[in-house]
Design a protein around this ligand. Structure first.
Ligand code: NAP
Length: 493
């Protein structure tokens, strides 16, 4: 299935980079193929930009900065709202592009377009509320206060699992603050980013404010980190690459925000109905085929309901359909590529070799080479990869615990600290877990936890900073303190 014959608006499918308001070829003719993970077919090609072209994108952003920051906040808001409207109007095409390049089922892709667009609307409005402070003065005859100013050009490096929302959650905040952006999307899913660029142009976002560069990731990232004109770096991706970028940004002392990996615990209390809890756990585990930083990686169930929970979990899993996300009712699409399938197999083999029980997950049923059937392991222990690594696959690991203290110790036994789920109706247990869990986000009795109004982000090795909410725009703002002295008399320092 090719991309171009699936879209109602062909101009949303661009096989170029987007720099300074122009669609750009590579200068050497080097290209990279983009593959549909469900079929293995080539969807199209993208250019590999040279170093000069990456610097050219920063030049363009630099040139655009003065004009963009000079617009009134309500004028930037209008452009961003026009972009939001276009995202909504083109939702079906954007979802189709996403499913074809990323693999997630079409309804999930539509949901991501909606989710991604919602950040544009949120930050369009938040840009009008970047208030400074008035400070009661301790200096005689002076007026003190703060102004909020755009930090400067922001480089945004994003992953393939949410190819649209991970860009808008950053770009809309930066642009609303008055910062131009240079986006480097994942090489597996560039077409969503390029469709965003096409719609930004139609929305009247000036040339140079929203740029999309493509190329060799370590080379492009190094160039962006080394460039003094880039003042903020926002990255979503693996903890491994996040650490590298943090180190590379040190020389130019950039503002760095990192949204990194997770290893979410899903704790089920003894008071829960095992059926209700199992349905929620399946939803929290298998969204985006488990390739989700919020995926419930370690499911911790009180020993009194463990067996019943496992039974219901396996039953719900068995009802899931796995297939090409473009075709009909599919619960789970392919993994992003063959290496992801190999990694999932290795995690399962490791767990079984260390004593876990494989309850479900017959890979002979997989409908293609990039598919991995939903898999359930019980008796998972802390020496297994499935416990200590972010498995990023449709592999669920369940463990029984004795009491709340043991559940807390198990849940915190990881370098990650992004999100945790708690299922219980006991208010004392809720408070105890909420306070004790070392996570940036804790969701109680709800699988859905994200959205524009909330501060999204992790602690420990899961990242730095928060996206969304009323603080998300702060990642792109400087606080300038002013002292207006000599109001009536000349004063000293
Ligand atoms: P990744 O391998 O870290 O890649 C993310 C981005 O970094 C891509 O644009 C990639 O470019 C680039 N990159 C890769 N290697 C690089 C290097 N050596 N130097 C500089 N840049 C490099 O992560 P991924 O596999 O795409 O995404 C999965 C990870 O993202 C998971 O750990 C997941 O938990 C995390 N994630 C976190 C959140 C959150 O909000 N906390 C949300 C979504 C995903 P190329 O694609 O061109 O190689």
């Amino acid at each position: 299935m090719t991309l171009s014959n699936q879209l109602s608006d062909l101009r949303l499918f661009r096989q170029y980079a987007y720099v300074d308001g122009k669609w750009t070829h590579g200068t050497t003719g080097r290209e990279e193929a983009v593959i549909d993970p469900a079929t293995g077919e080539t969807l199209g090609h993208i250019p590999v930009l040279e170093a000069d072209q990456i610097r050219g994108a920063v030049d363009a952003a630099d040139q655009a900065f003065a004009q963009w920051r000079a617009l009134r906040a309500d004028e930037r808001c209008e452009r961003l709202l026009a972009w939001y409207d276009l995202l909504q109007a083109n939702r079906e095409d954007l979802a189709t592009i996403m499913t074809l390049e990323q693999g997630k089922p079409l309804p999930d892709a539509r949901g991501e377009v909606e989710y991604g667009a919602s950040f544009v609307r949120w930050f369009a409005e938040e840009g009008k509320r970047t208030f400074g402070d008035t400070i009661p003065s301790h200096i005689p005859n002076a007026a003190l206060g703060t102004l909020k100013e755009p930090v400067g050009i922001a480089a945004l490096i994003t992953p393939w699992n949410f190819p649209l929302a991970m860009i808008t959650r950053k770009a809309a905040a930066a642009m609303a603050a008055g910062c131009p952006v240079v986006v480097k999307p994942a090489h597996e899913t560039p077409f969503s980013a390029l469709a965003l660029a096409e719609l930004a142009e139609r929305a009247g976002i000036p040339a140079g404010v929203f740029n999309v560069v493509l190329g060799d990731a370590p080379e492009v990232s190094k160039l962006l980190c080394d460039d003094e004109r880039i003042k903020a770096l926002s990255f979503t991706g693996s903890t491994r690459v996040g650490r590298l970028l943090l180190e590379q940004s040190a020389n130019t002392v950039k503002r760095v925000s990192l949204e990194l990996g997770g290893n979410a615990p899903f704790i089920v209390g003894p008071d829960m109905d095992p059926h209700e809890a199992a349905l929620a756990a399946v939803a929290a585990k298998f969204q985006t085929a488990g390739q989700d930083c919020l995926a419930a990686n370690r499911i911790l169930v009180h020993e009194s309901i463990h067996d019943a929970f496992v039974e219901h979990f396996a039953e719900r899993m068995a009802a899931m359909t796995v297939g090409n996300g473009m075709q009909g009712e599919v619960d789970q699409g392919p993994l992003i590529h063959g290496q992801a399938v190999d990694k999932a197999s290795a995690i399962v083999d490791d767990a079984v070799s260390r004593g876990a029980t494989l309850v479900a997950g017959d890979q002979s049923q997989a409908p293609g080479p990039n598919f991995f059937m939903p898999t359930l392991l019980t008796g998972v222990t802390r020496d297994m990869q499935v416990w200590c690594e972010e498995n990023f696959a449709p592999v669920a690991g369940i463990t029984a615990y004795r009491d709340d203290d043991e559940a807390i110790a198990m849940a915190n036994d990881t370098e990650y600290g992004l999100a945790a789920y708690v299922y219980t109706h006991d208010i004392r247990r809720i408070w105890k877990l909420l306070r004790a869990l070392e996570y940036g986000m804790v969701s109680v009795n709800s699988v859905k936890m994200t959205g524009p109004p909330v501060p999204f982000g992790g602690v420990k090795q899961s990242g730095l900073g928060r996206e969304g909410g009323v603080t998300g725009i702060d990642e792109y703002l400087e606080t300038k303190y002013y002292c207006l002295g000599a109001l009536g008399s000349v004063s000293g320092s």
